[in-house]
Design a protein around this ligand. Structure first.
Ligand SMILES: Nc1ncnc2c1ncn2[C@@H]1O[C@H](COP(=O)(O)OP(=O)(O)OP(=O)(O)O)[C@@H](O)[C@H]1O
Ligand SMILES: O=c1[nH]cc([C@@H]2O[C@H](CO)[C@@H](O)[C@H]2O)c(=O)[nH]1
Length: 287
């Protein structure tokens, strides 16, 4: 099968411990522990698949049991895995989070194999001759991200950039001067990139463009979301919904936005469809 979107970045197992109890430092409570496919690139790929796209993954997965199981799980979801680098010596990456009744308590992302693999994960690009959207996540090393941003091979490429966590947001700074990159950030991440808190999404999106970014999509939970592009800025208010989950809302928004544009939607329509998808997601319906 031929992909119509490439997702480059972390592809790993999420180990999530959940309890309804209010938790804090040192808590030891009964709950549930699950293992599900995760990592920013994979999360966006799964969401893009749900919106009708055919994603291929570019990342590293170990030749360990965890890696074999992850590949099998991802293939069952219909994602293309032949573009993954299978490493003999690097273990499959893993992310671990603890969630209490009072939200995320703490998380650790062990994406060391992705960092160690470096530009090996980009090798399939040479043979693909791909012209569609390419998602790049902020789990890649600062060096590799800066290399992609300045490589003439990526001039004119429809890059879609996703931060991995607030702690890794600054790694994305090189894309501010790329000629065709679209950055998807929430208001907090926009503030980190702009080195100052932002009052609202339209202001942040316009400020990112003023810093040189080609296009900025900024979300702000239940508040106004915005897209600043070379022709101006559009913004829209998410509809009021009963919120049952928020983790993953940003990935859903991004995937639905890319899928809408792949179908020819203009700036306004793509933003509206992304917000509608996010509303459905946070209200608890699957995609
Ligand atoms: N409380 C909410 N009420 C209504 N819509 C929401 C709410 N939270 C998130 N959304 C929807 O999801 C979109 C993305 O949310 P947000 O800005 O929180 O992204 P994010 O911080 O990247 O999400 P994530 O939790 O996945 O990291 C919003 O633009 C909005 O459409
Ligand atoms: O540094 C990172 N933090 C979190 C993630 C992923 O994001 C999701 C949680 O927000 C989760 O799937 C995790 O694997 C990542 O890939 N890198």
């Amino acid at each position: 099968m031929t992909p119509d979107i490439l997702c480059i970045g972390s592809v790993l197992w999420d180990i999530i411990g959940r309890s309804n109890a209010h938790m804090g430092k040192g808590s030891d409570v009964p709950g549930r522990i699950t293992r599900i496919p995760g990592g920013v690139a994979l999360n966006i790929a799964m969401a893009a698949k749900a919106y009708g796209m055919t994603p291929a993954l570019l990342s590293v997965v170990g030749r360990d049991a965890e890696g074999d199981e992850l590949i099998a799980a991802v293939e069952r979801l219909g994602l293309l895995t032949h573009t993954l680098y299978r490493s003999e010596d690097l273990p499959t990456d893993v992310y671990m989070a603890v969630e209490g009744g009072n939200g995320l308590i703490a998380a650790i992302a062990d994406a060391h194999s992705l960092e160690a693999a470096g530009d090996k994960v980009l090798r399939p690009l040479e043979d693909l001759d791909f012209t569609g959207p390419i998602v790049v996540d902020g789990n890649l090393t600062q060096d590799l991200l800066a290399g992609i941003a300045s490589d003439p091979e990526f001039d004119g490429t429809d890059l879609r950039i996703a931060p991995a966590s607030p702690g890794k947001a600054e790694r994305l700074l090189p894309f501010l001067t790329h000629g065709s990159a679209t950055l998807y950030v929430n208001l907090e991440e926009a503030g980190l990139l702009l080195h100052g808190p932002q009052p609202d999404a339209p202001t942040a999106a316009v400020a990112l463009r003023a810093r040189g970014l080609y296009r900025a999509l900024v979300t702000d939970g239940p508040n106004l979301a915005a897209c600043a592009h070379p022709g101006g800025v559009v913004s829209s208010q998410p509809r009021n919904v009963m919120v049952t989950r928020v983790t993953g809302a940003g990935d859903t928004f991004m995937a639905a936005h890319i899928a809408a544009e792949a179908q020819g939607a203009d700036h306004d329509t793509a933003l509206a469809r992304a917000l509608e998808a996010a509303a459905t997601y946070v209200s608890g319906d699957t995609y």
